[in-house]
Ligand binder design. Structure first.
Ligand code: ADP
Ligand code: ADP
Ligand code: MG
Length: 659
C-alpha cells in the first residue's frame, strides 16, 4: 500500500475518504479553495494545500493545481471522490504521467462509459439488456424524430454527456419532439459542452435499481448487490436503500451478472455502479455506468459490513479484491437520506448561511452520519448545499424505517432551512413505508409531502414560551429563588403576556408563574406546565400531565421550535427589548444573521426617530425590518439592495443624538 493520499474533493466525501485513509495509516492531504480554508475536511486531514478561489472551476476542477499540490506534498495517490474530476479521463491520464496513482478505473474505462450513447453500444455487444431506443451517431432532427416515432411515445431525449439529472427531456407526443430536441441540445451544449443526444423509450412508473461492482487489476470481478434509488426529485436521488424491496435472489443474480458483464466489457478496475431502470414486473434495462464511488455507497457498506473506500485503496495499490462473490452476503437493511440546506416547500430553493445550531443524533451501529460541516460552519452558494447524509441500519426494512424516523426527529438544525421536515414526511408517507416505489413517488404524493403552511401548533407556541421563561429563570450563579430575576412572587401569582409571531399571525400567551411551573393561557385555554431543561435547547415538558419533548433554539428574536420531527420558526415580539435584530455597536447596526438586503428605507443624511424602519433584510426566507434603536442621523449604508451580508456585518452607520 502507498503511504500518502491527496483527496481532490471537499465536503462529506472528502471527510469520508480521509477517515478510512487515516485508519489504514496513510498520510492524508486535503486541497481546498479560499472559501474552504477552515472547512471540516481541511481540519481532518494531516496537511492541506490551497488551490484557488471559491469557484470550483478555478480550484477543485483545475487538474494542474491538484497535481501540483500532490507533487509538492509527495502524495503517492489521488482519490477524486465523486463529482468534480472523478470522471475526467484526462485527469486520470495526467496523474499517470506524473507517476501518481489515480484511485479509479483506467482512463479507457472512464471514456468508454463517459458517453451514454457509446456505453449503450458497448453494452449491446456484451448482451446487457438495454432500454429500447436509438443511440447511434446520426443526429439529424428529422431522423431522430423517425426513430422516436418508431420507439413509440412517451420517449426520453438524453444528452449523451449528461449527468446529475440534467440534459433530459420527456416527450409525450410526436408533435412536441422537435422543440424538445432543440431545447435538450441547447442545455447539453451549455452544461456539458456536447450536444449529442440519444432517444429511448420512457418507462412509466419505473424503479431505479443500481448494482455496485468492483474489479481488480488481476481480472477479478464481484458485485456488492443492489441499491434502490427510486425516490427522486427531478431525476435526482433523495433517499436510497439496500437491499431493494421486493428483490428476489434470482433477479438479484441476473442483475449482478449483467453489471459484472458491463464492467468486464470495459476492463473495469475499482469501484463502479451500473444503473438500471426497472419495470414494476422486474424486467430491467441498462441506463448508465458511473465510474466512481457513488454518493449512496454507505447503504452498501452497512449491509455488507465492508468499507468500499478501503477496497478502492487496496485495488489501487494493486492488491486483489478483499472478498470473492461467495464470501459476500447481505445483512439487514440500510436507508440513506440526503440532508440538504434547501427549502422543500419553496421549490427546493437552496438556503445559504451559517449553521447556527446543529444537534445530530448519536452515531452507533444503527446510525451513521457522513458530513462535511459542523455547527458554526457556513453553507455557501459556491457548492452543493449538502449538509449531511444520514444512514440507518437494522435487521429489516421496517426496523430501519423506525430508526430513520427517530433519527430525523432527533436531527435539529437551525440557521439554514433544511429538507429534514420534508424527509420526515417522506419516510412516514404510506407509499414509502409500504415500499410502493417508483421514480414518480414524490410528485404523486405531493399532497402529503407539501402540506399547506399551517398555523404553528399550540404545543410549539407553549414550548417557545417555556423556553423563554426558563432562560430568564436560570441564572448562572447558583439558584437562590430570591435572587432570580423573574416574576415569581411569594404567595401570589404574577401575570404577564408573551407575544410570538408566525408569518402574519400573532399569538399572545398569558403567563402565571407558580412556585413549581406555570399556567399558560393561549386562546382562552389554560395549560399547566412543568419543564425540565436538557442540554442544547432540548426540553422535557409536561402539559396538563401529558409529557412531550421539544427543542427550542433562539437565534436573535427567532425561536426555532423542534417538535415531532417538524420545525416551527416563531418570532418573539418583546416590546421592552431593543428593536428586533439590530445589534447596536457604537452607533452601527449589525446584521443579526446572514441574509440579503432587500430594501433601504431611508436616505443617507436623513434624520431618523427611534423605532423608525431603516432597512429590510431577507434572511432564512423571512423578511426582517431593522429599526433604529435611537433617534439620530443616518450617515451611510454599507450595502446596497441585493447585497449578501454576513452575520455581524455593520449595515448602517448612525450618529445618535444622545451620543
Ligand atoms: P449519484 O448517482 O452518485 O448521486 P450524480 O450524477 O447525481 O451521482 O452526481 C454525484 C454527486 O456529485 C452529486 O450529488 C453532486 O453533489 C456532485 N457533483 C457532480 N458534479 C459536480 C460538480 N461539477 N461540482 C460539484 N459537485 C458535483
Ligand atoms: P444521470 O447521468 O443524470 O444520472 P441517468 O441516465 O442515470 O442520468 O438517469 C437519471 C434518472 O432519470 C433515472 O434515475 C431515472 O429516474 C430517470 N430515467 C432515465 N432514463 C429513463 C427512462 N428511459 N425512462 C424513465 N425514466 C428514466
Ligand atoms: Mg444516473
Amino acid at each position: 500500500m502507498f503511504d500518502s493520499i491527496l483527496i481532490a474533493n471537499r465536503g462529506e466525501i472528502a471527510c469520508r475518504v480521509i477517515r478510512t485513509a487515516k485508519r489504514l495509516g496513510l498520510r492524508t492531504i486535503a486541497v481546498h479553495s479560499e472559501a474552504d480554508a477552515s472547512a471540516r475536511h481541511v481540519r481532518l486531514a494531516d496537511e492541506a494545500v490551497a488551490i484557488g478561489p471559491a469557484a470550483a472551476r478555478e480550484s477543485y476542477l483545475v487538474a494542474d493545481r491538484i497535481i501540483e499540490a500532490a507533487k509538492r506534498t509527495g502524495a503517492k495517490a489521488i482519490h477524486p471522490g465523486y463529482g468534480f474530476l472523478s470522471e475526467n479521463a484526462e485527469f486520470a491520464e495526467a496523474c499517470a504521467r506524473e507517476g501518481i496513482i489515480f484511485v479509479g478505473p483506467p482512463p479507457a474505462a472512464i471514456r468508454a462509459m463517459g458517453s451514454k450513447a457509446a456505453a449503450k453500444a458497448l453494452m449491446e455487444k456484451a448482451d446487457v439488456p438495454l432500454t429500447p431506443g436509438y443511440h447511434g451517431d446520426e443526429q439529424d432532427p428529422g431522423f431522430l424524430k423517425t426513430q422516436a416515432d418508431a420507439i413509440g411515445y412517451p420517449v426520453l431525449i438524453k444528452a449523451s454527456a449528461g449527468g446529475g439529472g440534467k440534459g433530459m427531456r420527456l416527450v409525450e407526443k410526436g408533435e412536441d419532439f422537435t422543440d424538445a430536441l432543440a431545447s435538450c441540445r441547447r442545455e447539453a451544449a451549455s452544461a456539458f459542452g456536447d450536444e449529442h443526444v440519444l432517444v429511448e423509450k420512457y418507462i412509466t412508473r419505473p424503479r431505479h435499481i443500481e448494482i455496485q461492482v468492483f474489479g481488480d487489476a488481476h481480472g477479478n470481478y464481484v458485485h456488492l448487490f443492489e441499491r434502490d434509488c427510486s425516490v427522486q426529485r427531478r431525476h435526482q436521488k433523495v433517499v436510497e436503500e439496500a437491499p431493494a424491496p421486493g428483490m428476489t435472489p434470482e433477479r438479484r443474480h441476473r442483475m449482478g451478472e449483467a453489471a459484472v458483464a458491463a464492467a468486464r466489457a470495459v476492463g473495469y478496475v475499482g469501484a463502479g455502479t451500473v444503473e438500471f431502470i426497472a419495470n414494476q414486473d422486474g424486467s430491467f434495462y441498462f441506463m448508465e455506468m458511473n465510474t466512481r464511488l457513488q454518493v449512496e455507497h454507505p447503504v452498501t457498506e452497512m449491509i455488507t459490513g465492508q468499507d468500499l473506500v478501503e477496497w478502492q485503496l487496496r485495488v489501487a495499490a494493486g492488491e486483489k479484491l478483499p472478498l470473492s462473490q461467495a464470501e459476500l452476503a447481505i445483512q439487514g437493511h440500510a436507508i440513506e437520506a440526503r440532508i440538504y440546506a434547501e427549502d422543500a416547500d419553496r421549490g427546493f430553493l437552496p438556503s445559504i448561511g451559517r449553521l447556527a445550531h446543529v444537534d445530530a443524533p448519536g452515531e452507533g451501529p444503527h446510525v451513521r452520519i457522513d458530513t462535511g460541516v459542523e455547527e458554526g460552519d457556513e453553507i455557501t452558494p459556491h457548492y452543493d448545499p449538502m449538509v449531511a447524509k444520514l444512514i440507518v441500519w437494522d435487521e429489516d426494512r421496517d426496523a430501519a424505517l423506525a430508526r430513520m424516523r427517530r433519527a430525523l426527529a432527533d436531527y435539529r438544525v437551525a440557521g439554514v432551512t433544511t429538507n429534514i421536515p420534508f424527509l420526515a414526511r417522506l419516510i412516514a408517507c404510506p407509499a414509502f413505508a409500504e415500499a410502493d416505489l417508483d421514480t414518480g413517488l414524490i410528485e404523486r404524493e405531493g399532497a402529503v409531502l407539501f402540506p399547506p403552511a399551517a398555523a404553528p401548533p399550540r404545543d410549539a407556541l407553549l414550548a417557545a414560551a417555556i423556553a423563554d421563561l426558563l432562560a430568564e429563570r436560570s441564572p448562572d450563579d447558583g439558584a437562590d429563588p430570591w435572587d432570580i430575576r423573574d416574576d415569581w412572587r411569594l404567595n401570589m401569582t404574577a401575570r404577564r403576556v408573551l407575544t410570538y409571531r408566525a408569518g402574519e399571525a400573532s399569538f399572545d400567551i398569558a403567563v402565571a408563574s407558580l412556585p413549581a411551573g406555570w399556567v399558560l393561557s393561549l386562546d382562552g385555554i389554560e395549560t399547566s406546565m412543568l419543564a425540565t431543561p436538557l442540554s442544547r435547547g432540548r426540553l422535557s415538558l409536561s402539559l396538563d400531565g401529558r409529557r412531550i419533548s421539544a427543542g427550542v433554539v433562539p437565534i436573535g428574536a427567532q425561536r426555532h421550535v423542534f417538535l415531532g420531527g417538524a420545525i416551527h420558526v416563531l418570532e418573539r415580539h418583546d416590546p421592552l427589548a431593543i428593536e428586533f435584530g439590530a445589534g447596536t455597536e457604537g452607533g452601527r447596526l449589525t446584521a443579526p444573521m446572514p441574509g440579503k438586503i432587500v430594501a433601504l428605507l431611508v436616505k443617507p443624511g436623513s434624520r431618523i426617530e427611534k423605532g423608525q424602519p431603516l432597512l429590510i433584510l431577507e434572511a432564512m426566507k423571512m423578511e426582517h425590518t431593522i429599526k433604529a434603536p435611537n433617534g439620530g442621523t443616518v450617515t451611510g449604508f454599507n450595502f446596497a439592495v441585493g447585497d449578501q451580508v454576513a452575520e455581524g456585518d455593520a449595515l448602517v452607520a448612525v450618529e445618535t443624538e444622545d451620543a
